[in-house]
Structures are given as structure tokens and as C-alpha cells.
Write a protein of this length. Structure first.
Lengths: 114, 110
């Protein structure tokens, strides 16, 4: 079974621009979560989508948004990029999101904002 | 407000010895705890988990202990191998939301 895939793997953007990241979950998985990883901060939860609906949301500003399509693929958008948005963005999928809450992560998209 | 804390940023262990990674949490509503391992340039990989109704779960060389009264969990790796060198994240779940610690870098020296 193919794992979670994320595109692109690397991205360089300029302050003020916007960016869209894509995530394809494991086949059959309906829950997709997004995380931001920065040095020393661990993984910060952005949001979770289940059956095309945002089910959970972390404490990030409204510049961060996402959506999920009927095939469970998900996109994350960041508008008006700031230098502090430079991070590794990870997507994770799970069957339903409920316990046992074992998520499977993609390799991440490394975003650099200059 | 860090609900899940891994107070040791790094740990160095000799090959064949035991590695003990620690994690503390503050939210008593957490009902499920997990450990993930992460290699550079890869996403985290699920390692082992434990429900809040148990105090120990074992899987091969990996054992997770949960002390609910102390709000503390630990991951024991015995024996440690050089391939175990990675960043280890503990995570806690409540209401379908996972909260991760900042991670501990484990270096196993041969």
C-alpha cells in the first residue's frame, strides 16, 4: 500500500506571497491532519479534515487554511507569507482519526520564506 | 501552554545499553499516548502506543510505561542499536486531537 505523499517536497517563497501544499493520504484513510514543525517546537497541530469537513483546528492565524476533497486528498494554503512561516509542514493520515489514534506521516514539505 | 513536555533535548547512549526517553503531560483528559520516531528528511513513524487504562505496553525492544498519577510516560529501548538514533516525539490524544512534545534526539554510539 502506498504511503502518504506530499508535494512539493521543497519550496522557496518570498514574504507576502501565498503557497499551497498538497497531501495524498493512504488509500482508505479518511482523516488528514496538518502539522508545522520548527526547531525546538516539535509538531504544532494546524487542523484536521475528515470527510471533507474541518473537524479540529489548532491555534494558528486565519492565514493558514485547508480543505479536503472527496477522494480524501487535502491541500493547505498559507496566505501573506511571513518569515516565521519557514518550517517543515507535515501531513498525516489515519483511518478515522479516533483512538487508537495512530497517524501515518508523509515526508513533509520544507517551506523557506525569504 | 505546552501540554506535553520532553525536557531532555538530547540523549546519548552506548550501543547495547538501555535508552530511556521521558515525557510529562499536564492535561488529565489525555486518554491515549504514542511515541513516534523521526529520521532526517522523513516524516515521523509510529512506534508504540498505550491507552490511559494501562500502565505498560511492550513491543519487542520497545516498552512504554505510563504513570497517570505523576502524569509521566517513558519509552525504554533495550538493547539500544545505532539504527535507533533519531528524534523521538511523544504525543498525547484527547478528543481526536494529538498534542506532540518538542522531541528528544537520541544518539546511540557504537
Amino acid at each position: 500500500k502506498a504511503g502518504v505523499t506530499q508535494t512539493p517536497r521543497y519550496l522557496i517563497k518570498t514574504r507576502g506571497q501565498q503557497v499551497t501544499l498538497s497531501c495524498s493520504p493512504i488509500s482508505g484513510h479518511r482523516s488528514v491532519s496538518w502539522y508545522q514543525q520548527t526547531p525546538g517546537q516539535g509538531l504544532q497541530f494546524l487542523f484536521e479534515y475528515f470527510s471533507e469537513t474541518q473537524r479540529n483546528k489548532g491555534n494558528f492565524p486565519g492565514r493558514f487554511s485547508g480543505r479536503q476533497f472527496s477522494n480524501s486528498r487535502s491541500e493547505m494554503n498559507v496566505s501573506t507569507l511571513e518569515l516565521g512561516d519557514s518550517a517543515l509542514y507535515l501531513c498525516a493520515s489515519s483511518l478515522s482519526g479516533g483512538a487508537p489514534y495512530e497517524q501515518y506521516f508523509g515526508p513533509g514539505t520544507r517551506l523557506t520564506v525569504t | 501552554d505546552q501540554q506535553v513536555k520532553q525536557n531532555s533535548p538530547s540523549l546519548s547512549v552506548q550501543e547495547g545499553r538501555i535508552s530511556i526517553l521521558n515525557c510529562d503531560y499536564t492535561n488529565s483528559m489525555f486518554d491515549y499516548f504514542l511515541w513516534y520516531k523521526k529520521y532526517p528528511a522523513e516524516g515521523p513513524t509510529f512506534l508504540i502506543s498505550i491507552s490511559s487504562i494501562k500502565d505498560k505496553n511492550e513491543d519487542g525492544r520497545f516498552t512504554v510505561f505510563l504513570n497517570k498519577s505523576a502524569k509521566h510516560l517513558s519509552l525504554h529501548i533495550v538493547p539500544s542499536q545505532p539504527g535507533d538514533s533519531a528524534v523521538y516525539f511523544c504525543a498525547a490524544s484527547a478528543r481526536n486531537k494529538l498534542v506532540f512534545g518538542a522531541g528528544t534526539i537520541l544518539r546511540v554510539k557504537s
